[in-house]
Design a protein around this ligand. Structure first.
Ligand code: AHM
Ligand code: MG
Length: 298
């Protein structure tokens, strides 16, 4: 089944935005051959932007701007919310155009992440999100979406069509752990958590590309973490563009996402670049880490 057929019972505007991102993803996939070098400029987080980041960001924002569906876009590559004043549309879209970009140089998988709000306000709690998706550019190009009706995975085929690969994906119980951050900078609660996972035989798999590491957890089960660190008390990942869309998807797949003390989707963003410590995966490891943060241990 093609993606557009699968979306036929989804809200029309949400379906159109998902299809628009899917269309742009086809172009981004091709651009890895042609746009992979440094642009020499930095984004608001002081990170160097590859030409591909900037290009993918512009491609997606221009497309959303021209869709007449979207009122506001918040992108990881933009320092301010992009207001589309002339749009008749009411949707808000949050976007990480190219997540895990340092993995482009090493030919590991990278992704495009998006979240959709039907009320146009992008500086919003994740629990107000209406749909989320990510595209993973790996050996296969896959698209995973949820519009509050389960989680569904599609794969780009020889005819450049996204075809259903797995319907109603649920998170298995598994023992992969994917720990971001340097151990020397761990806070105590996180150190205890990681030690406990290791003593339970969890297996480490970490690529440095969130979308890819997330896909691994969704497939095999376990937990991804990018914790609060001694030098980075808010962690690294961004609430709007990374944590919220993926937390929306993990909950739809039967899992959980937390900052250690609070459900990610209940956190009110205070700024476009709001960062959060992130634990995302199965119920068991997320309950475990929260118990360490409550000072209860196991
Ligand atoms: P990016 O959106 O600029 O690529 O940054 C986010 C990435 C995530 O994909 C990944 O989980 C994290 O940064 C990796 O960070 P580190 O290199 O510290 O492991
Ligand atoms: Mg990112």
């Amino acid at each position: 089944m093609k993606l557009n057929e699968h979306l036929k019972d989804t809200d029309e505007g949400i379906a159109e935005i998902i299809l628009l991102v899917a269309d742009r993803a086809r172009e981004i996939k091709k651009a890895f051959l042609t746009h992979n070098f440094n642009s020499g400029t930095k984004n608001m987080f002081g990170e160097e932007q590859l030409e591909l980041d900037k290009w993918a960001d512009k491609l997606l924002i221009d497309s959303l701007r021209n869709s007449d569906l979207v009122r506001a876009v918040a992108s990881e590559e933009q320092s301010e919310i992009v207001e589309i004043v002339k749009s008749k549309g009411e949707f808000g879209v949050v976007l990480d155009p190219l997540d895990g970009v340092s993995s482009v140089a090493t030919n590991l998988s990278v992704g495009t992440i998006a979240g959709i709000f039907n009320e146009g306000n992008v500086l919003e709690k994740g629990n107000k999100m209406d749909a989320a998706l990510y595209v993973l550019y790996g050996p296969l190009t896959t698209l995973v979406y949820s519009a509050k009706d389960g989680v569904h995975e599609f794969v780009l085929d020889h005819d450049n069509e996204f075809i259903l690969r797995k319907e109603n994906v649920t998170l298995p119980e598994g023992n992969i752990y994917s720990p971001g951050g340097l151990p020397i900078n761990y806070v105590n609660e996180h150190r205890q958590f990681i030690s406990q996972l290791e003593s339970e035989g969890y297996k480490l798999r970490y690529s440095g590309s969130f979308a890819a590491d997330f896909q691994q957890i969704l497939t095999y089960g376990g937990v991804f973490s990018y914790p609060a660190l001694k030098e980075k008390p808010n962690g690294k990942l961004r609430l709007l563009f990374e944590a919220n869309p993926m937390s929306f998807i993990i909950e739809q797949a039967g899992g959980k996402a937390s900052n250690g003390t609070q459900r990610i989707l209940d956190i009110a963003p205070t700024a476009i670049d709001h960062r959060v410590p992130l634990y995302i995966g199965g119920n068991k490891p997320i309950d475990l880490v929260e118990s360490f943060f409550r000072g209860e241990g196991i």
